[in-house]
Write a protein that binds this ligand. Sequence first.
Ligand code: CA
Length: 222
Amino acid sequence: MKLLLIEDDALLLAELKPLLQRHGYAVEIADNGIDGHFLGNELNPDVVILDLGLPDKNGLEVLRDWRQCGNRTPVLILTARDAWHERVDGLQAGADDYLGKPFHSEELLARLQAIQRRVHGHPANTLEWCGVSLDTDSQSATAKNGERISLTAIEFRLLRQLMTRPHHVHSKTRLSEHIYEDDAIRDSNVIEVYINRLRQLFGKAFIETRRGQGYTLRAEES
Ligand code: CA
């Protein structure tokens, strides 16, 4: 799950980035409004955390420009604590939720999950597909036979991406974009290795290869 964090406060960035990574997000960062606006269109993130007070272009303008141009990426805005009018402006500009600074990290994580649930229509923090379930809080899975399986960070991100949109055919390139934040280590061939690892864990037929297109979850074992 790719998350774009647009924030100019270096201390907050240093705190949030590792926190979000630990919770399974591939985090991209922009520390000003112009880069943030560009990356929000370019990277196609799953969710954006957008500070409103940003250098070069403020967060509200960034958000308005995206929405005016049809960019519907879910956005959580960070606002100054007492500035209720900022929250109203943000929501009117098309934000999905807001959080006042300072905030507790648990609340940020819970709100991000709530946004994902609304966007993807999942009722709980559990993704289900044909007997396999994935708990996005504990980042662990349960196989068809009821066996509890702990996942590495990469396995978790990959499985979550597949299970969030189970009917979609996911290309290797797109999957690697959602799993690695760093272009330098992004290698779509490695995805194949992790796909095979997930097949070992959840059954060979769990993930189907569509030649030349990518991967999709298979509805029934055949
Ligand atoms: Ca700021």
